[in-house]
Design a protein around this ligand. Structure first.
Ligand code: ZN
Length: 296
């Protein structure tokens, strides 16, 4: 795995920035879920954002969940990330195929449609932080820019890109998040705005072989870019047979009994990584016993 995220500052800490290369992790997600190219692009963009936003959280045990719900054929995309570069996710309808947009690109906006972005941060407090914003373009990057501006009051610029090979594997994936700190001077804000307007698309830069360092140097080089940290990132699911067992225990006794009476082993799939877990009738009976004991 060669994916990583860099953290950086510029203009004497008035700007903070993140950039990531996520080709391998998006390809791992593609192998796990076998989504169509447009669904891969949508999931890949949100996974890339999730990996960087996970790193932004303060605590290593904090969990970030990004959820996009739209009226387009994908219906829903969910991405979960932690503070150590682990990210996982899935789309509701991975098989959708829609025509390319007017620029001949994968039409992520139409696949998602109009809807909501919700951001949840579980920082181990009683109530997780949660915020919902209306999707602005449904291209994901602009929707996150809007989220940062309205919900976190942090002026930001988000760029995300996923490029597919002709054989439908992932060719390039990556992105950046640039944010202005509250004490940023007007002159820096003006210069950064002008600079950002001139940036060609992330996809173009990735296709030209830009690394995360080069992406940030391209945008922030003239502001005195200082890279402070490099963090590996990967597609990782923490599911296990024990966790799936807990999920089965949480359903009703009658439902478990029905499965046992059907006399066949059952297969349970993890939403996030599509791993299959088999439970034999014997195992289901043990689960039912444990449930009855728990309730006694
Ligand atoms: Zn899993």
């Amino acid at each position: 795995m060669s994916d990583y995220i860099i953290r950086a500052t510029a203009a004497n800490n008035q700007i903070r920035a993140f950039a990531a290369t996520t080709r391998d992790l998006v390809e791992a997600a593609r192998v796990a879920h076998d989504p169509s190219p447009v669904a891969t692009a949508a999931l890949g963009r949100l996974l890339t954002a999730g990996s960087m936003m996970g790193i932004m959280m303060k605590g290593e045990k904090d969990i970030l969940t990004l959820q996009i719900m739209g009226n387009g054929p994908i219906e829903k995309i969910i991405v979960t990330a932690d503070g150590r570069g682990n990210v996982k996710g899935y789309v509701n309808n991975p098989n959708i195929i829609i025509p390319a947009n007017s620029k001949g690109k994968l039409d992520v906006a139409s696949a998602i449609g109009a809807g909501l972005l919700s951001v949840t941060k579980d920082m181990g407090l009683k109530e997780p932080y949660s915020s919902q914003t209306v999707l602005q373009t449904s291209e994901i990057a602009e929707d996150l820019t809007y989220y940062f501006a309205t919900s976190e009051q942090v002026p930001s610029c988000v760029g995300l890109g996923v490029l597919m090979n002709h054989n439908n594997t992932v060719k390039q994936s990556g992105g950046f998040i640039i944010q202005l700190m509250p004490f940023a001077e007007e002159v820096i804000i003006d210069r950064l705005e002008k600079k950002i307007q001139k940036i060609t698309s992330v996809t173009t830069l990735l296709d030209a072989g830009y690394t995360p360092e080069m992406l940030l140097e391209h945008i922030l080089g003239e502001f005195g870019l200082e890279i402070t940290k490099q963090i590996p990132t990967r597609f990782y699911c923490n599911c296990s047979k024990e966790r799936i067992e807990k999920a089965i225990i949480s359903i009703g006794k009658e439902d478990i009994r029905e499965m046992i009476e059907a006399g066949e082993s059952i297969e349970v799939n993890c939403h996030f990584c599509n791993h299959h877990y088999d439970f034999t009738v014997d195992e289901l009976e043990q689960i039912l016993h444990r449930k009855i004991k728990q309730n006694a």
